[in-house]
Write a protein that binds this ligand. Sequence first.
Ligand SMILES: [Ca+2]
Ligand SMILES: [Ca+2]
Length: 340
Amino acid sequence: MKQLFFFSLLFFCAISDAQTNLIKNGGFESETLNWTGDAATISPYDKKTGKNSAVINQFTGAEWKAIDQIVNIPKNTYAVEFSVWVKADQIEGGKEAYNAGLMIAEFTNSGGKKIVSENIAQVKGTIVWTNYKKTVLVPEKAQKIRIMLALAQINGSVFFDDVNATALSEEEYFKLNPITTVPEGQKTISTSKPFSNGNFEENLNSWNGNGTISTTDKKDGNAAVEISSKIAEWKAIDQVSDINKGNKTIEISGWLKAKDIQQGKDPWNNGMFIIEFKKDENTKASEDQVIGTVTGNTDWTLFKKTFQIPEGAKQYRIMVAMSVCTGTLLADNIEVKLSN
Ligand SMILES: [Ca+2]
Ligand SMILES: [Ca+2]
């Protein structure tokens, strides 16, 4: 009994841990504990929740004034959802857009070297308490996040409360941010057949959509598929194949390469390799699942995943997509293994 209790406690911790705020004392209820720097003071009069908020005031000089906190990114974190409540009082002037009240999330490697920096909130003038939210994909090699609350070389007052950073696993992330694929009406009618021509040696045979064949840049053989987009729109190739009775799992692998892919408005607006399970032509058997994503410039990279086939799924659609982003995506050697 004792042991059972111990295990359920562990299980409970594992679940709740994924959803907890990575930031300590984000509501400033313990004044400025856990925060570094002396630029902020506690405001018990003007706050969003609880007893306190933190305020950074500056009346002359327009210097950089900030407090910060460094947090570790938990293992298997795919994205971090940031949220903060901000209020501004007379933040005026400043030549640059970043001369503002700011919350910045800087992803760093283990040595503290900056990989990428994202503005979560950026406020000017006078505004009432407003919630700012942004989800950022964790860049490769990122180990820590430095959260900065700042008045960036400008005069005025900025208040912060309920600073939050929640780590999301890949599954949690895509549950919260389901991928919007091409409208059903635009999809071509599927025909019953096994998956084929994943190596693009027969050009675009078996595939639907807007790809071209690349014979200069390929992983293997003579050809790969290339999907290029100059404007941020959905551009993809896809192939629908049958699931046989008794199939329980499906393993999908394929090679992707990104050339100058600029992420679109949403974090998943990248080069993507996706599987969709279907009950019939118009009904999905589950949310779309991601096999891999690429952005920027990458070399040929192998992505491989195994999925349980959802209840009632009769077909699967494999998509290689430029998901509302610009640049060029290449794919080659896509393989599928169904097993019972
Ligand atoms: Ca508070
Ligand atoms: Ca090939």
